[in-house]
Design a protein around this ligand. Sequence first.
Ligand SMILES: Nc1ncnc2c1ncn2[C@@H]1O[C@H](COP(=O)(O)OP(=O)(O)OP(=O)(O)O)[C@@H](O)[C@H]1O
Length: 452
Amino acid sequence: MTNVLTIRELYLSFVTRIGVYNALNGVDLDVKEGEVLGVAGESGSGKSTLALTIAGVLPPNAWIKKGEVRFKDIDLVRELREVGDKGFNKKKNQRAFKELNNRLQAFRGSKIAIVFQDPMTSLNPVLQIGYQIGETIYYHNPALLAKRILARSKVTKDELREIIRLLEQNKETYVEKLNEFVKSKGLEGLEDQILFIWERNDIHKAKKQKLILSLEGEKLSGFVRNFLENVAETNRVRNISRIPIISRRLKSTLIKEGYRKAVEILTMLNVPNPEKVVYMYPHELSGGMRQRVAIAIAIVNNPELIIMDEPTSALDVTVQAQVLELVRSLKKKYNSTFIFISHDLSVLYEISDRIAVMYAGRVVEVGNVEDVVTNPLHPYTQSLLRAVPTIDSQEVSPIPGEVPDMRTPPSGCMFHPRCPFVMDKCKNSVPLMYQVRNGHKVACFLYGGDNK
Ligand SMILES: Nc1ncnc2c1ncn2[C@@H]1O[C@H](COP(=O)(O)OP(=O)(O)OP(=O)(O)O)[C@@H](O)[C@H]1O
C-alpha cells in the first residue's frame, strides 16, 4: 500500500513564558492509503499536537526544530522547519506561518480535514449549519455547486423520465449507468441530486419519481448562466464582479446551492430532519448532532485524509457507536484515509486497521491492530491495555507514575522512570524503532534494536 503521509524525525516544542514544552520528540510514522490509523496515548503524549501539525493549524508559539511531514509529495512544514532549525525567533516564525499558509491555503480543507473533540471550536456560532457547509464547498470546490445548478437548468422532462427508467431497470449497476448518462448529455452535477432522492428509503417510489421530475427547468438569467459556466470551468470564484451587490448575489446563488448539498450530506450522516437542520445554528443542536455537522464539513469536499481528534470522547455510548459506524461507511464508500486519535484503546480496537502508541512525544509502538492489542510489546502499551476496563475485567490497573513534565523530559527512553523492566542503558540511550515482526515495530531495548 502506498503512503499518504510520511512523518520523519519530527521535533516540535511550544515556547511559553514558563518554559519550552517538548511536545514531539522525534516522531516517525507512515499512514497508508485507505487505512484507519488509530493513535493512542495518555493525555499529554502529543497526539493532538501531531494532528494539528498535519492539519496545519498549529498555534503561533509552535517551534518545529527538525523533521518532515509529507503528504504525498507536498512538504507540510517546510517554512517552519527552515526557520526553526536555527532556534526560535517569534517574528521569523510568524512570517514562516504566513508563507506556509499562503502556499497551502488551496490545498488544505480539500485534501486534509480535521474533526475536533469539541465541535464548537470548529463551528461558527452565528452562522446557519447550511451556510457553514455551503461555504466550505464554495471555497474549495465551487465548480461542484455551479454544475449542480446548471444541470438543473439544462435537463428536460424527457431526460429525467429516461433517467427514472434507467434507475428502475438497472438494479445493480444504476450508479454507473446514471454517471454514463449524465456525462453523455453534459449534465454533470445532476447525479448526486438524483441518487440522493433515489436512495431515500423514507418515501414511496411514486414520490421519488415526482421529486426527480421536479429537478427540471431552473430558470437562469444569461448573466448568471455565464458566471456559473465560468465557475464550473475554472473552479474559481475570485473577482466575481467589481460591483459588490452583484458579487454578493452571485455568491449567495452558490451558497444557496450549498444548502441543498448540505441536506444531502446530512441525510447521509443520518441527521434527522436535515431540511430543518440546515437553517439551525450550532447551539440549537445536541452534542452528537454538532459532531455530525463537523464531520459533514470535514468530508464534504471528499478529502483524502481525515484526522479525527477524540471525536467521540464527549459523546454518549450510543452516539459514539454511530460515529464509529459512520467512519467505517465513509472508508468503504470513498476509500478515505483516517487518523483516529483516542486515549480509549477499546474505541481504537473497534475502528483501526493499525495502531500507533505515543508516549512523551514519540511513537513507541506501531503495528496491525490485532498484533498491538493481543501481543503488545512495549511495556507502556502493556500498561495502557491493563488500564482498559472490560466486561469480564479482573482488575483495572492504572499506569504507575505520571506523564513526565515535557519542559524537563527524562533522559534516555522517556518511559524508563515508570517502566517495570528498566535496564541501565534505558536511562542513557534512546531506543530506535525496531521491527520485531512483519509491520510490528517497537522502540524498546527489551527487543534488541539500536539506540541513538
Ligand atoms: N499551545 C501550547 N502551548 C504550550 N504547551 C502546549 C500547547 N499545546 C500543547 N502543549 C503541551 O504539549 C504537550 C502535548 O499536548 P497534546 O495536547 O498534544 O497531548 P495529547 O496527547 O493530545 O493530550 P490530550 O489527550 O490531553 O489532548 C502537553 O504537555 C501540553 O501541555
